[in-house]
Write a protein that binds this ligand. Structure first.
Ligand code: NAD
Ligand code: MG
Length: 342
């Protein structure tokens, strides 16, 4: 059984007595900075010169500086820039300006696990990773609740790294839900596997293939969309609430029986073997290397794959259908339909 931490296991005054630099003000960055500030922590947000996030952070009353200046004054540096820019950002702007005893924090273990960032031995290295998007981390905190976090310590130079990490986790609201102890290796490998094999990769491919089978058999794309995409949310909500059993309890006996006899015909043992190969590529670093090399070259493969995904016929069908229904009104102000990307 995993080791769990709650509010009573952490001392808020530990992080309140430190200066925290939040590097980046995106999904996670804005949530950490605002939650820490509201928990009475001295926060500075470190951003690139000319960053479009500067105005947003200042509007919230946060103290904003360049990355170098934010790091210079910080006891804890939480790196919340995109994973693929962290290596260069660390080498050029963070490392040269770190206090000797500054702690370096992450919300995902990627750069440590795959060796793109190698902090010197004097620094604590820890992870506080909310298991939800930043917007939820902020919303839950404001509602007096929290999003569960996973916490890990890779390097405990001070001997206090766990106290600081748990105090930080408490300050962003995570321990109101729960903190789960993990390691950088476990978090990174399971996170990448989960998003590739099941959540993002697996689910997207399952939906697209189901849509193709129905439309190629002559059914209307609008009907196919409802059957393989729209209803996905209803099913996943049930699974989330009460496990696969609750989903099976809620659907008709016909659907439940079909689940038992046809699920294993679609997700066959060779699909499980393919999943193991995905895990092998995560663990060997082959996936990380492919991603980072492509990003370093400007992301040609990434852009090609993204545009292929956007051009799948299910996207056009969905865009038209969703217009008909008020309940699909998008909740994310910075997401533009049909224009995924930066
Ligand atoms: P994001 O893309 O939303 O935001 C990154 C921010 O970094 C930008 O808004 C910008 O302020 C800054 N930035 C971008 N390029 C930069 C550069 N070259 N130099 C300096 N700053 C730059 O990122 P995110 O999704 O918040 O991810 C941050 C970290 O949190 C990652 O390690 C990610 O794996 C992790 N994480 C994300 C989520 C999530 O749901 N989004 C959940 C858990 C952990
Ligand atoms: Mg993830």
């Amino acid at each position: 059984m995993a080791e769990l931490f709650y509010d009573d296991d952490a001392d808020l005054s530990v992080i309140q007595s430190k200066k925290v630099a939040i590097i980046g003000y995106g999904s996670q960055g804005h949530a950490h900075a605002l939650n820490l500030r509201d928990s009475g922590v001295d926060v500075v947000v470190g951003l690139r010169e000319g960053s479009s996030s500067r105005a947003k952070a200042e509007e919230q009353g946060l103290n904003v500086a360049t990355v170098a200046d934010a790091v210079r004054s910080a006891d804890v540096v939480m790196i919340l820039a995109p994973d693929q820019v962290q290596r260069r950002l660390y080498a050029e702007e963070i490392e040269p300006n770190l206090k000797d005893d500054a702690a370096i924090f992450f919300a995902h273990g990627f750069n440590i696990r795959f060796g793109y960032i190698k902090p010197s031995a004097g620094h604590d290295v820890a992870m506080v990773a909310p298991k939800g998007p930043g917007h939820t981390v902020r919303r839950e905190y404001e509602a007096g609740r929290g999003v569960p976090v996973i916490v890990a310590v890779e390097q405990d130079a001070s001997g206090n790294a766990w106290d600081v990490a748990l105090s930080y986790a408490k300050a962003i609201g995570g321990l109101r839900a729960a903190g789960i102890k993990t390691t950088f290796t476990e978090e990174t490998e399971t996170d990448l596997f989960g998003e590739q094999a099941v959540l993002c990769g697996g689910v997207s491919a399952l939906i697209q293939n189901g849509f193709e089978v129905l439309t190629e058999a002559g059914y209307q794309p609008e009907i196919a969309y409802f059957e393989v995409l729209h209803e996905m949310k209803l099913i996943v909500d049930l699974i989330w609430e009460g496990g696969i059993s609750k989903q099976r309890w809620s659907v008709s006996d016909t659907a439940e029986y079909g689940d038992y006899v046809s699920g294993p015909r679609v997700i066959t043992p060779d699909v499980k073997e393919n999943m193991k190969k995905v895990l092998d590529d995560v663990r060997s670093g082959a996936f990380a290397e492919r991603f980072i090399n492509d990003q370093d070259a400007g992301g040609p493969e990434f852009k090609e794959l993204r545009s292929r995904g956007e051009n799948h016929p299910i996207e056009a069908t969905g865009r038209e259908l969703r217009k008909l229904f008020a309940w699909t009104e998008t909740r994310d102000a910075d997401y533009v339909e049909g224009q995924v990307g930066r």
